[in-house]
Ligand binder design. Structure first.
Ligand SMILES: Cc1cc2nc3c(=O)[nH]c(=O)nc-3n(C[C@H](O)[C@H](O)[C@H](O)COP(=O)(O)OP(=O)(O)OC[C@H]3O[C@@H](n4cnc5c(N)ncnc54)[C@H](O)[C@@H]3O)c2cc1C
Length: 338
């Protein structure tokens, strides 16, 4: 029996009843057809999931297909179709090496291409949905291939149609449109602009933006490293809450506020957690709040999934008690009820 702790960045998770590794699209479809309507868990890099200590009572399919198809227009840009199992950051690095621009602020996010559209990964002012042309999937419900245009993906903050219908669509490959260029898109994230020594809205060399983003991520424990247990997390455990203007008005004056454009306000989960008294390095059994970032809950070495869940509940309850705001996990909980 495969032990799922070997396949997740939190290094927790019990056994899988069945475990299948698939490296081509034909193998993915064959595996899905063989399990029919039985429970299936798709795993890419395992960097955005917290799997129960009891494991998964069904079939885990680990996808590692990394086929690349591309059409490059020498003058303006490229349309690339990448297999779901390709490593996201290897893809970003390769586009930059080859003189393309756009994906640089999304450098250093761990995981696979196939998972990127699921929660519309984002960082430092950009989301992957801005660059996706289409997502080709296998629909487990209708048992057929289904391709989504960008508009049909319903990309919003850390969400998509794929996340709102969990387990239904298995991503086979993703199409991207990127432009040729040596300068980044305008930098909109204040911390990144400041570190680059430019004004918000200015551009910078793409390679410099990638290097700076990687530096910032490392300083926050958000760069995955097998040798650094402080990075054994699933990234941000909670999403940034989006609240009404009235609730935002009741927060202290120094609370971060980012208007979402639809009469609501996004605030910072990290800020709320810190103000609610949760400290960097705080332990609960083997679970530990990262020493660099309160939003990353980590495995200090021998944590159980139960301990990480309990630490998440402690943080969430503290925020609820102090601010009345319910934090929502960004991490996919497998076999764990929130
Ligand atoms: C240190 C660290 C930093 C991070 N920083 C960021 C960040 O800045 N921004 C951000 O958005 N995220 C971040 N994350 C979260 C994570 O990297 C992303 O969510 C990433 O896309 C997950 O990829 P994965 O292949 O590991 O997905 P997994 O963890 O394997 O799976 C995540 C979810 O997607 C589903 N899934 C995976 N592959 C497929 C597929 N082919 N078809 C259908 N469903 C699939 C799974 O079933 C699961 O529900 C971070 C994580 C870590 C550990």
């Amino acid at each position: 029996m495969a032990d799922l702790s070997q396949f997740t960045s939190l290094h927790v998770g019990g056994p899988a009843q069945n475990f299948i590794e698939v490296a081509t699209e034909a193998e993915i479809i064959k595996a899905l057809e063989s399990v029919g309507d039985e429970p299936v868990l798709i795993i890419g890099g395992g960097t955005n999931m917290l799997v129960s200590d009891n494991g998964f009572a069904g079939t885990v399919i680990r996808i590692s297909n990394n086929q690349v198809n591309e059409e490059v227009d020498a003058c303006s840009g490229a349309t690339l179709t990448i297999g779901a199992g390709e490593n996201w950051d290897d893809f970003v690095a390769s586009t930059i090496e080859r003189g393309f621009a756009g994906l640089e602020t999304l450098s250093g996010i761990p995981g696979t291409i196939g998972a990127a559209p699921i929660q519309n990964i984002g960082a430092y002012g950009h989301e992957v949905g801005e660059f996706i042309t289409r997502v080709r999937t296998y629909d487990r419900h209708n048992k057929e291939l289904k391709t989504f245009t960008n508009g049909e993906c319903n990309f919003t903050y850390r969400n998509s149609i794929f996340k709102s219908e969990p387990g239904r669509y298995v991503v086979l490959d993703v199409g991207f449109q990127i432009r040729r260029g040596e300068l980044s898109d305008p930098i909109t994230y204040a911390e990144l602009a400041s570190k680059l020594g430019i004004q918000i809205g200015d551009r910078a060399p793409v390679k410099q933006v990638r290097a700076t983003v990687l530096e910032l991520r490392a300083s926050k424990g958000m760069l995955l490293s097998a040798s650094d247990k402080d990075s054994w997390s699933a990234g941000s455990f909670f999403t940034n809450p989006i609240v009404s203007n009235e609730i935002a008005d009741q927060l202290p004056a120094d609370a971060p506020r980012w208007p979402t454009g639809d009469g609501q306000v996004k605030t910072s989960a990290a800020w709320l957690i810190q103000q609610a008294g949760i400290e960097k390095g705080q332990m609960h059994g083997g679970a530990k709040v990262s020493t660099k970032h309160v939003l990353a809950l980590t495995n200090s070495g021998n944590a159980t999934a139960a301990e990480i869940t309990e630490l998440a509940r402690i943080a969430s309850a503290a925020v609820k008690a102090k601010f009345g705001i319910e934090l929502q996990p960004e991490v996919n909980l497998v076999g764990i009820t929130w």
